[in-house]
Design a protein around this ligand. Structure first.
Ligand SMILES: [Zn+2]
Length: 237
């Protein structure tokens, strides 16, 4: 807490004035184009590894970066966030971001009797655990918990695909899903590469390739559906 309070003080002294214009603009509404679903873990810092700024991403964070299946009873914050991001913010991209040395994945492999609420929550990772126990492995020299963590990112993306609002947008080419995984030891953000079935470094070359593909698809979509890209399409809350 001491670090937080000193940070508030430092922000007011050194950076607040530089952010005034940004927040004054954002006060009229947010227009993030991506939803990030990440683990609550303090070491997963998208503001650092993706250089994000206020207004850039709509964020849902929880223990294990999980999304309850759409068949679960309504009321979960995660499904509410997903619904709002798609139906109101009209985000074009959803990223599920897992990470190495994830305590949630370790708890999934070895449930602790004094973490009953954590265990109950981790039922949303059951599909990944089933695959892991069946021997499914992704390429790479990863620990068991890290393997499970990567399988979990993919399982959560599948769970997102099952939501009608996501499925419709995916079918219409208006939504992209991404699996990211942050390797703490190597400070390496990885991106799931479907052709190789592996999480590969999201290095400059891969970023440029993805951006080029996005630009090509944007041109195609603009020809087919110009109204979607009008500036009025998102109006904030
Ligand atoms: Zn974690």
């Amino acid at each position: 807490m001491r670090k937080l309070l000193e940070g508030v003080s430092e922000f007011r002294r050194l950076r607040r004035s530089a952010y005034r214009e940004t927040f004054a603009r954002l006060a009229h509404g947010q227009q993030p184009d991506a939803l990030l679903i990440a683990c609550s873990d303090s070491r997963v810092a998208p503001n650092v590894f993706a250089s994000t700024q206020p207004g850039d991403i709509f964020v849902v964070r929880n223990v294990g970066n999980l999304v309850p299946a759409p068949t679960e009873p309504p009321g979960a914050s995660e499904s509410a966030g997903l619904e709002f991001a798609l139906r109101r913010l009209e985000v074009s991209d959803i990223i599920v971001c897992g990470h190495s040395s994830c305590g949630a994945m370790q708890a999934l492999l070895a449930p602790a009797s004094d973490l009953s609420r954590v265990s109950a929550w981790l039922r949303h990772a059951a599909p990944a655990l089933e695959r892991f126990r069946a021997g499914v492995r992704l390429p790479g020299d990863w620990t068991g918990a890290d393997q499970l963590s990567q399988l979990n990112v993919l399982a959560q993306l599948e769970q997102i695909r099952a939501y009608p609002e996501a499925r419709d947008r995916l079918n219409a080419g208006r939504l992209r899903l991404h699996g990211w995984w942050f390797d703490l030891v190597n400070t390496e953000l990885r991106d799931y590469d479907a052709p190789s079935g592996a999480f590969v470094p999201l290095d400059e070359q891969r970023v440029q390739t993805i951006l080029a593909r996005m630009n090509a698809n944007l041109d195609k979509n603009m020809d087919a559906e110009p109204s979607r890209h009008s500036p009025q399409r998102r109006t904030g809350r």
